[in-house]
Design a protein around this ligand. Structure first.
Ligand code: 13P
Length: 252
């Protein structure tokens, strides 16, 4: 059975003080959650140790990026092995902000997915179309291409280390969300494409991201192929984030 996951991507936000402030309610409320959701906190890498220190058992931690190499003279970079060694279980790869603002290419993203898997991290591969691509009717084609390119290095036995997050670029940080029906349609298309790539598609978790809030989470998470969410802005508000975690249905 696939895992239900709510992951909070803090992006370049936060401080040591905020870690304490956010993690306390996560800890106290998580114990009361009985829907089996896996909670993953993805802070800036410098705060991974602080998050781990304040995290209750059951909360997992990730980084927002890793290098596409495993070690060496790459000033400023952090390897997958280092993230794993520091207690992380997850890494975001191919977030649209990295694709757009840092010119990450499909080849670089595929290399990072490979590094993640070789390091024992679960890679959350982010895919999603722009508004222009959606309006042109090419959204599914674009997303399928991102999947094929990003997952090219995944070996037959490495699929359990893959989670896909569908984040339409036009919905990130804008307050615009895909309707639950549109998000479901894309998630079904993603599962179909994963099947074609030889993945055990029914067993992989697919997350929706893009302006998920406490008041729209339940409708999204009720969809058959949506296994949780990747949350940006709302993950920086403890009460709202925990409401989103509670919105995951208890069983399929
Ligand atoms: P928002 O939830 O702020 O729209 O961000 C989504 C996102 O990019 C998560 O990775």
């Amino acid at each position: 059975m696939r895992r239900k996951i709510v992951a909070g991507n803090w992006k370049m936000n936060g401080s040591r003080a905020l870690v304490k402030q956010l993690m306390a309610p996560v800890g106290s409320e998580l114990a009361a959650l009985d829907n089996g959701v896996g909670v993953v906190i993805i802070p800036p890498a410098l705060y991974v140790a602080d998050v781990l220190e304040s995290a209750v058992p059951g909360v997992e931690v990730g980084v927002q990026n890793i290098a596409r190499w495993n070690s060496g003279a790459y000033t400023g970079e952090i390897s997958g092995a280092m993230a794993r060694d520091s207690g992380c279980g997850y890494v975001l790869v191919g977030h649209s902000e990295r694709r757009q603002l840092f010119d990450e290419t499909d080849e670089q993203i595929a290399a990072k997915v490979g590094q993640a898997l070789d390091s024992g991290l679960t890679a959350i591969l982010c895919v999603g179309e722009t508004l222009a691509q959606r309006n042109a009717g090419t959204a599914e084609h674009v997303v399928a291409g991102q999947l094929r390119a990003g997952l090219v290095n995944v070996g037959d036995n490495q699929w359990p280390g893959i989670v896909v997050a569908y984040e339409p670029v036009w919905a990130i940080g804008t307050g615009e969300t895909a309707t639950a029906e549109d998000a479901q349609a894309m998630h079904a298309a993603i599962r179909n494409e994963l099947e074609k790539l030889g993945a055990p598609a029914d067993e992989l978790s697919l997350l929706y991201g893009g302006s998920v809030k406490a008041d729209n989470a339940a409708a999204l998470f009720a969809q058959q192929d949506i296994d949780g969410g990747l949350i940006g802005g709302a993950s920086l508000k403890a009460e709202e984030f925990m409401s989103i975690c509670r919105a995951v249905p208890g069983s399929y």
